[in-house]
Design a protein around this ligand. Sequence first.
Ligand code: BEZ
Ligand code: FE
Length: 291
Amino acid sequence: MNQTPEEAAITKLAVASFAATADPRLREIVQGLVRHVHAFAQETGLTEREWLAGIQFLTATGQMCDGLVRQEYILLSDVIGLSMLVDAINHRSDSLVTESTVFGPFYIEGMPERVYGENMAFTPGEPALLTGRVTDAEGQPLADAVLDIWQTASNGMYSGQDQRQPDSNLRGRYRTDAQGRYAIRTILPVSYPIPTDGPVGQLLAATGRHPWRPAHLHFKIEAAGHRTLVTHLFNHDDPYLDSDAVFGVKDSLRIAYTSVPGNDPVAQPFGIDGAVLHAHYDFVLPPVTCS
Ligand code: BEZ
Ligand code: FE
């Protein structure tokens, strides 16, 4: 929609009202936001009804947040691709390090530290074993790196979200050994829908989008002197890999699980009865100075 001189003057005035902001970065962000929100209203020819519907949508989004487990604003940022855009802008590092992806709203701090190869699953599923190493970009092992991991149960819900699950079900912190190795026993991740009982679910329904995420494990990996890595590992054959509701999939983060017997050399150290689905993945962390 064309801009009248009166409309241009409103935008100019609103942007200029923040010109005296002492913090230059705050000034840049607020003025940029005002400019872009005005441009959005201008481009769409926003009606007063639509403006009010937007205000009501954002109000309902805030009311859905409980500050801890349910963060509807993060969910909104995720489904409009903003979270992944911010992730991309902030991780323009080289191809030698493991790619990052969306954090999501279901991380819980302070989960139990688990020993090498400990099972973090207290609810049923297909037994799985994930092994690998954490190294720096030169391939040197990072000892004492901490892998903070979370995934849903087979019902597609996270502990914390689903009161029937034990508190630390499918969550835990694993430390790498002197060779940078880690081993995690769990269950095979399943695909699951993001929460649809709030305004974000209504947005997806109104726009004909599905809410599904491909099956994945979440990782937050910390090692001294290295940049913290937030990422996922996705089941390589999941039907939702090409239509993730939050745009989080990257090819380099797909892993294939293969069934191995409990007496296979890879499974044998963990005393696993019967077959287990095994996957291997090496994480590479950039140094702290890397942008
Ligand atoms: C998740 O993978 O836990 C997640 C990410 C974004 C939105 C909802 C859930
Ligand atoms: Fe998830």
